[in-house]
Write a protein that binds this ligand. Structure first.
Ligand code: ADP
Ligand code: MG
Length: 622
């Protein structure tokens, strides 16, 4: 906060203005007056600039204009100390608002500062050299020593413990094993390891977060857009009302002109909607910043505000309620077809594809026609020439002489393989339910939100997962468009719909929902289409953000009611002649400061569930 005062021009002017104001109060006679003039100049400089720019270029008069006029008016009637105080508190409030804005990027930028700018790279000849992280290429191998900050996203080659607090806010170290992904900015608390770079420095989870947070700030919430529009009308109203008021007092109430003008200045001061204008933005930015620190990225004020209004939450299964970390349990595929299937799955990023590729990684694929295109049908499977792999419902009407379709049980996700119109094989895979998903679904239901499962997987697995997780309803064998239809139907019923998912197949549904939520481990298309990203896939963090959003809406409501209440009371007191200018300045500007401080409280709200999370609960296998 102090660096800001020292290093920015508005900060420096604020400090100089405060000093002149103090001087004004201690000095006597003409010096006092001169000091206040100087204070008014320094304190009002930026507000005046802002007022001119907004009024002239964008034709929308704002509160800054009212404040400058009120201060000048005070000077005219020899109330320069009040004029200086008014601008002092106004500039102070502005400063607090900037502080909230900076805080929401800085919270993350500060963490970013910890991401090392160089990495220790292992050369082919076994030598280790220092390379700037921007120059790292995918496939490079970096050495990360014990206690070091990880320079870039990549896959590790042995067991270690990683502290991911920088991303998730969760300070307990996470156990990682060979082949797991680790992220730039997190801390290696285990032994040294080698890391195979899998993202360039501008594509890391961390740099994406920074970019999305910056974009988020430029997207105002509905309430702040409304307040912005309202501000213009209201300011024009005040600009008309004040002269009329002075005029009326002078001509109809037999006031001396100075007295009428004085009352007019009090009205101008107390009727300015400073506190109202500051009701939403600092609070919203504080909430976004709090979310980011807790591993949830909310892209913009509108999304932060809307989250609390959610009435129904649809959830994808694979990768969302489950880890999406499949193991092949059983399979039967003719030897001639298997390499084709593995080759096809190599082209897909689906969790099932990853599991199949890993299971058959020793298989030789050289006899395959690699020029023939592989087509992926999102949410269904793959096709290459006559060969087709995918979910059982995509094989309706196919010959099934070995009865492979009957291998579909509730315990496994089964994919079938066909050649032409004949089903020639199957692969049964199993996944695990995320333990925190059960808890989160329960939490949402307690908040009165209906949770429903929409999955592309078969009926039996869907039913099992639905039962284990405890969702209210489920639908199996959904195509991407089916997911959209469920959302649209709920929206037609007037419900505010949330959708959480991870896959390419979920992206259209995420974009359709009022609040789209993507898992951080999901595809980048899903993350781009979503309004909210759960960076580390913990659904409890979504529940936390929901509660944060509730708090935000409560605080905004408190602020608006308080701001309007103070304005009304002060106007009435002024009409009755019970309010002088110094009191008007103090109450009016004091209410602005209080409103901003009330918003900043959201920076400090804590995630209580993080500490209370059950450790080492056994995941349910499906
Ligand atoms: P979910 O909606 O549960 O996340 P998806 O919609 O991603 O599941 O996939 C639905 C089904 O489509 C999977 O259960 C699987 O049977 C099939 N499928 C999707 N992609 C592939 C693939 N690359 N290989 C084989 N089967 C696939
Ligand atoms: Mg999925």
């Amino acid at each position: 906060m102090f660096t800001y005062l020292r290093t920015t021009r508005p900060g420096q002017f604020l400090v100089i203005g405060i000093l002149f104001t103090i001087l004004g109060f201690v000095a006597g006679g003409i010096y006092s007056r001169l000091a206040f003039y100087a204070a008014i100049f320094f304190l009002g400089f930026f507000a005046a600039k802002q007022a001119m720019v907004e009024t002239v270029t964008s034709k929308s008069p704002n509160v800054d204009l009212l404040m400058i006029l009120a201060a000048l008016g005070a000077v005219v009637i020899n109330y320069e100390s009040e004029g200086a105080m008014l601008l002092l508190i106004f500039a102070g409030a502005e400063f607090l608002e900037n502080f909230a804005t900076d805080k929401s990027t800085n919270a993350i930028k500060e963490l970013m500062a910890h991401v090392p700018s160089v990495a220790q790279v292992l050369q082919a000849n076994g030598e280790v050299v220092e390379v700037p992280t921007e120059e790292l290429k995918i496939g490079d191998i970096a050495v990360v020593s014990k206690g070091a900050q990880i320079p870039i996203d990549g896959l590790i080659d042995r067991k270690t413990q990683i502290n991911e607090a920088a991303l998730t806010g969760e300070s307990l170290p996470v156990e990682k094993t060979e082949g797991d992904e680790v992220f730039a900015g997190t801390l290696n608390e285990g032994n040294a390891f080698h890391l195979t770079v899998n993202k360039t420095s501008d594509q890391t989870v961390f740099s994406n977060i920074i970019r999305m947070v910056e974009e988020a700030q430029s997207r105002p919430s509905k309430i702040s857009k409304f307040i912005d529009r309202f501000e213009k009308q209201y300011v024009i109203g005040v600009l008309i009302a004040v002269p009329l008021f002075i005029f009326a007092l002078y001509f109809f109430s037999n006031f001396a002109f100075e007295d009428a003008f004085y009352r007019g200045m009090v009205l101008l001061t107390v009727a300015s909607p400073c506190a109202l204008v500051a009701s939403a933005t600092p609070a919203t930015l504080s909430a976004i910043s709090n979310g980011a620190k807790n591993g949830v990225l909310v892209k913009g004020g509108a999304a932060m505000e809307a989250l609390a209004t959610m009435e129904i939450l649809y959830s994808d299964k694979t990768g969302t309620l489950t880890f999406g970390d499949f193991q092949v349990m059983e399979y039967q595929i003719p030897e001639s077809v298997l390499p084709e299937v593995v080759f096809m799955e190599q082209q897909s990023t689906h969790p099932i594809a990853r599991a199949i590729v890993q299971q058959f990684s020793d298989l030789k694929l050289d006899g395959i026609d690699q020029t023939e295109p592989v087509e992926e049908i999102p949410g269904s499977g793959l096709k290459k020439g006559a060969i087709k792999v995918g979910k059982p419902s995509a094989f309706d009407g196919f010959h099934d002489e070995h009865q492979y379709r009957s291998k579909t049980t509730e315990d496994h996700t089964t994919v079938l393989v066909a050649e032409g119109q004949n089903i020639v094989g199957y692969i049964a895979l199993s996944d695990q339910i995320r333990p925190e998903a059960i808890e989160a679904v329960d939490g949402f239901q307690e908040e009165g939100i209906q949770v429903e499962l929409l999955t592309g997987d078969n009926q039996a697995v869907a039913e099992k997962v639905a039962g284990e997780v405890g969702v209210d309803a489920f639908a199996a064998a959904c195509l991407p468009e089916d997911k959209i239809n469920f959302i649209l139907r709920s929206q037609e019923d007037g419900q505010v719909v949330g959708m959480v998912g991870d896959g390419i197949n979920d992206a259209p549904a995420l974009a359709t929902a009022d609040i789209g939520v993507a898992m951080g481990s999901g595809s980048s298309v899903a993350m781009e289409s979503a309004d909210v990203v759960i960076v580390k896939n913990d659904l409890m963090k979504l529940l936390y953000s929901y509660r944060l959003s509730h708090r935000l809406n409560t605080i905004i409501k408190q602020n608006v009611v308080f701001a309007v209440g103070v304005i009304v009371v002060l106007i009435v007191l002024n009409l009755l002649g019970y309010l002088d200018l110094p009191a008007g300045v103090v109450f009016h500007e004091g209410s602005t400061i209080l409103v901003i401080l009330n918003g900043l409280r959201l920076l400090r709200m804590e995630d209580k569930s993080a500490a209370a999370q059950p450790a080492g609960e056994k995941p349910v296998q499906i």
